[in-house]
Ligand binder design. Structure first.
Ligand SMILES: [Zn+2]
Length: 238
């Protein structure tokens, strides 16, 4: 991403360096920042090589500083990180990993949420508890509908196949699923999505919605338990 007034260029979660440096060169962009959401290799693998090539500043979660290669600036929940003339609000969103953060650029309506929230899905629960993960997702859900959700992976089509097994009667979801199939068959990306459409269709944001609770046989249930059940069903879904 590029902040036009200052010319600051940030790379979110670079898995590798080569293609990122090549794209920046092609655009004549000078990379000034790396913003990391969590420590997984497919999110920080390019950190050191990009830093070596550009002398950029690496920003990441304080709690995971030992797991973020080359980290320069440690940020925490509630911090407002100045990126050029823009500002990111930092959300601590554990669940996928214990130190995961998200960056919300409210004015630019862009949410970089790593592997916490996906289009029509969420990350696997590697290091967190259902309580933590649901609380994290509920906090992201409270952001405005117009936020563009820049998640870290293009998993939308397979997520859609699962989502329709939970809410087979959700017309908005069925329409979205068809649109995702069409976009993918044209070779188009489905990321970013809009947070508003995630609220209406993503089963992992809807553990407190009666239709989802009914679907998993837990009407009126604790959303944490409903979320855990939906997460479990996705884990074993083939
Ligand atoms: Zn991850």
């Amino acid at each position: 991403m590029r902040e036009p007034q200052s010319g600051a260029v940030g790379v979110i979660d670079p898995a590798v360096a080569g293609p990122v440096l090549a794209e920046a060169a092609k655009r004549r962009w000078k990379i000034t920042h790396i913003l990391n959401t969590h420590h997984h290799g497919d999110h920080v693998g390019g950190n050191l090589e990009i830093k070596k090539a550009t002398d950029c500043t690496i920003v990441g979660p304080r709690i995971d500083r030992a797991r973020i290669p080359g980290i320069d600036v440690e940020v925490d929940d509630g911090d407002h990180y100045r990126f050029g003339e823009a500002e990111a609000e930092v959300f601590f969103v554990p669940g996928h990993t214990s130190g995961h953060i998200a960056y919300a650029f409210r004015e630019q309506r862009a949410l970089f949420c790593g592997d916490t929230l996906f289009a029509l899905g969420c990350g696997k629960m590697f290091e967190g508890t259902p309580q933590q993960f649901w609380s994290s997702l509920a906090r992201l859900r409270a952001l405005p509908d117009g936020m563009r959700v820049y998640c870290a992976h293009e998993y939308t089509q397979s997520n859609a196949r699962f989502a329709v097994t939970i809410e087979a009667d959700n017309k908005t979801l069925l329409d979205r699923s068809a649109a995702v199939d069409a976009a993918r068959s044209r070779g188009e990306a489905t990321v970013p999505s809009l947070l508003g459409e995630e609220k209406a269709t993503n089963p992992f944001l809807r553990a407190d919605v009666p239709a989802v609770q009914r679907a998993v046989g837990m009407m009126g249930g604790d959303p944490v338990k409903v979320f855990a059940e939906v997460r479990h069903r996705k884990d074993v879904f083939r």
